[in-house]
Design a protein around this ligand. Sequence first.
Ligand code: AMP
Ligand code: MG
Length: 485
Amino acid sequence: MTTAPADLATLEARFATALPELALPAQAAETPEPRLMVLNVPLAEELGLDPERLETPEGLGLLTGTRPPAGAQPVAQAYAGHQFGGFARLGDGRALLMGELVDREGRLRDLHLKGSGRTRFARGGDGLAALGPMLREYVVSEAMHALGIPTTRSLAVVATGRRVHREEVLPGAVLARVASSHLRVGTVQLARAADDVDLLRRVADHAIERHHPLAAEAPEPYLALYRSVISAQASLVARWMLVGFVHGVMNTDNMTLSGETIDYGPCAFLDAYDPATVFSSIDDGGRYAYGRQPAAAQWNLARLGEAILPLLHEDQEEAVAIATEALGEFAREYDDALAAGLRAKLGLPIGAEADARRLAEPLLELLASGHVDHTSFWRNLAAAARGDAEPVRGMVLDLPRLDAWLEEWRALGPNPDAMDQVNPVHVPRNHLVEEALDAAGSGDLELMHRLLEAVRDPYRPRAGWERYAEPAPADFGRYRTFCGT
Ligand code: AMP
Ligand code: MG
């Protein structure tokens, strides 16, 4: 294989060196006709990569993994995971960790490719990804980042010129993604399943070094690590709930130790507010429904606790008691993070969390019973704080209940300008994502670029962009999403 000049990107191999048991050297599949579909120029610059060079053939070789820079050691990562509750040994079946790079601020970031060809973990899969789902991950992850929610980032999507066989034949693509790491709950689970305490300890040490360095100073570093992950995930899932994000496939292999959102397969944003909302075509039981996400996260964190038991105490019973006590903090941290977020969404000052909790409950019931558009309702509520309740009154059927609620809330003096800084105008609404992907499938990326422009500026309404702020048309129907495409 030819390599690209080393100065294109300096890639380290920290994961592969620290955890060789979990790093399988692998090569990307050739791309017959690579074509850059979208490049994240600000992110490239943040990473110290030259965006212009990324557009050249050698740049595309980096972004597809076909020409790794000299010295790079691309690997497929091994991990395990509870998938819809069932344990499985897994690994990157269609992805590669190209290596880590140090960004302009000195932070270590993974450069990872999805759709780069089969690895030994591919089992029956073809190792490929279709253009539509990779663009979908690109736009939704960039929207999450703009909303201030911890997430993996998207650097580029390159169409490969390969044909990918799904229900129909689709154009293939590779997504280049960036994360603070790809360590997952499932990474720890695999080390535990291997019954190798030394490996388990090295995984935990690697996670501490990369994500939770303060844990190294704590009297019990591994307990401190566990607590940090619990805390990061409690805060993350609260952020999802506040913005109406449904992850859709919260298997333990899709939950990071860093607290970044990862794996944008079947995810989607709520249209109408309803805790029972499920978009994923494979989640018949509603295990990962919008309203079940906090419980799903807690369940996954219990699996993490089980996996690190040998590091918590040599006596198993003691270790279980320690893990159980730590996990007990999840509910409190989640509730606190949610209450703080609701308080902000309601325009109330710091300290008014108890008011926010009391007011949010009947409000959310009203939204659920009236199938009210989540994003628009919250945004329109600021107008009610300014004295014009008609925008929200136009969205709710039970007006006597809404009016009584508004009166109680307005008596607390909500600040509409503060509300406008936390209640977005622009999220990647499902009908907008679909129209952009449809057009992209026919070679027209204009709508994708417009949608990206909207979601990258989530809090600012813009003249001429009203349709990007509006709920789905009534005939949009039930939205379905798919995994592993
Ligand atoms: P996901 O549900 O996307 O997190 O994927 C679960 C597992 O299936 C991961 O280990 C993926 O690498 C693997 N996988 C998904 N799609 C494919 C594919 N087309 N070819 C090979 N492996 C795949
Ligand atoms: Mg995954």
